[in-house]
Design a protein around this ligand. Structure first.
Ligand SMILES: CC(C)(COP(=O)(O)OP(=O)(O)OC[C@H]1O[C@@H](n2cnc3c(N)ncnc32)[C@H](O)[C@@H]1OP(=O)(O)O)[C@@H](O)C(=O)NCCC(=O)NCCS
Length: 153
């Protein structure tokens, strides 16, 4: 059975194993474990109680920043990232009616075509490019594309 729910501190070890599997340059463990708490809305997608995907989203005033999203390689191209992000967007639009979140921001490697197509399919627009922002596995750098989604009020 597939479920989407809050990623809590008890999930972090399992989710971090997925982080290492999914990203060529994974976050350091300390970074992953510290991106949690009151200012985050982090979700997990489970299938039969196993974490298959997660997203890490920080909330700052009326803006949100999607810091990370990953889906297990064996479960990709089945609409799971889209389902996870649609759930995140639903929660962001209703989380604080008196001070609503208006924009969801993210940055993505220029080479990450799958992620860029995913974000476009959800209505994100490219805002700008940050030159040489990310390190690459071969010791070089690549640009970050900054994207944003205006949330329905
Ligand atoms: C990017 C990622 C999260 C996508 O997860 P996913 O579950 O495979 O994505 P979905 O199946 O929900 O795809 C939704 C849409 O994204 C696009 N897309 C996703 N993967 C794609 C691929 N490999 N090639 C082309 N388009 C792709 C398509 O438009 C797709 O819509 P469609 O199925 O109607 O064509 C996944 O590839 C991943 O975990 N990558 C490694 C981690 C990463 O790069 N995270 C993002 C940067 S932080």
């Amino acid at each position: 059975m597939k479920t989407i729910s809050i990623l809590n501190k008890h999930d972090l070890s399992e989710a971090y194993a997925l982080e290492q599997l999914c990203h060529p340059i994974a976050w350091p463990k300390q970074t992953f474990f510290s991106n949690q708490g009151d200012h985050y809305l982090n979700l997990k997608l489970t299938i039969n109680n196993k974490i298959i995907g997660f997203c890490i989203c920080q909330l700052v005033a009326d803006e949100a920043n999607l810091f990370n999203i990953a889906i297990h390689p064996k479960f990709r191209k089945q609409g799971l990232a889209k389902a996870l992000l649609n759930c995140l967007i639903d929660k962001l639009t209703t989380i604080n009616p008196s001070n609503p979140i208006t924009t969801l921001w993210l940055e993505v490697r220029q080479s990450n075509k799958a992620a860029i197509l995913l974000y476009h399919s959800l209505g994100f627009n490219q805002i700008t490019i940050r030159k040489n922002y990310y390190p690459t596995t071969d010791g070089k750098q690549e640009d970050a594309i900054i994207m944003a989604l205006t949330l329905a009020l």
